[in-house]
Design a protein around this ligand. Structure first.
Ligand SMILES: [Zn+2]
Length: 122
């Protein structure tokens, strides 16, 4: 799978349509916006903002899922990792791409607070 192969090299790829110019995720052969087949792939810079989030509590562990809206214009479901800001995760918070290796050895994209932006704003 090309998307997972790119992940293995720590590259978050997304679909881009040459016909309408819009980004989409996951990458696919037909554009979900205009149905053209003139799609390709691009690599995200990995900077985005939280669109929606929730923390799931279970006996084994708690984890936080989020939809993150990337600056390139696509949204993806992902995990938030690391410490949340002092006021907690919130919609609009700037986040940055990171990578974790899953139990089966796959490199997967996650997001964490973008502390560079936070510190510059403080
Ligand atoms: Zn399109």
């Amino acid at each position: 799978m090309p998307w997972l192969d790119a992940c293995a090299q720590s590259a978050l790829t997304y679909g881009h349509c040459a016909a309408c110019g819009k980004a989409h995720f996951y990458p696919r052969p037909h554009c979900p916006h205009c149905h053209a087949s003139d799609t390709g792939r691009a690599t995200s810079a990995g900077i985005g903002a939280i669109y929606s989030w929730t923390t799931v509590h279970s006996k084994a562990a708690s984890y936080t899922l989020a939809y993150v809206r990337l600056e390139e214009g696509f949204t993806m479901l992902t995990h938030l990792v690391g410490d949340p800001p002092v006021d907690g995760w919130h919609v609009g918070l700037s986040v940055v791409l990171g990578w974790v290796v899953t139990a089966n050895g796959q490199n997967m994209p996650v997001f964490q607070q973008n502390r560079t932006n936070k510190e510059q704003a403080a």
